[in-house]
Design a protein around this ligand. Structure first.
Ligand code: ZN
Length: 82
């Protein structure tokens, strides 16, 4: 992971990148949306996001797969109901 490159890229292009990034509500891990197209016209954005991030689908609770697996639906309800 080239984090420094990624950070400087995001400083310049964060606004454009944001619609294509998924952030897990639980752990805050960021990845690109799996539905991001291969190409956005002349923009190199998808190429960079694919280089800097892994694809990260979110479930309907906004959680990444790891968090969703670690926190089953019933447990989440027992936390939010408490
Ligand atoms: Zn997560």
């Amino acid at each position: 992971m080239q984090e420094r490159d990624r950070d400087s890229y995001l400083r310049l292009h964060g606004e454009a990148a944001r619609p294509w990034l998924n952030r897990c509500v639980t752990c805050g891990h960021v990845g690109y949306k799996p539905e991001m197209p291969e190409s956005l016209g002349v923009s190199v954005l998808p190429r960079y996001l694919r280089r800097y991030y892994a694809p990260q689908p979110l479930d309907d609770r906004g959680m990444c797969q790891q968090c969703a697996a670690a926190l089953p639906e019933e447990e989440l309800h027992s936390i939010t109901d408490a």
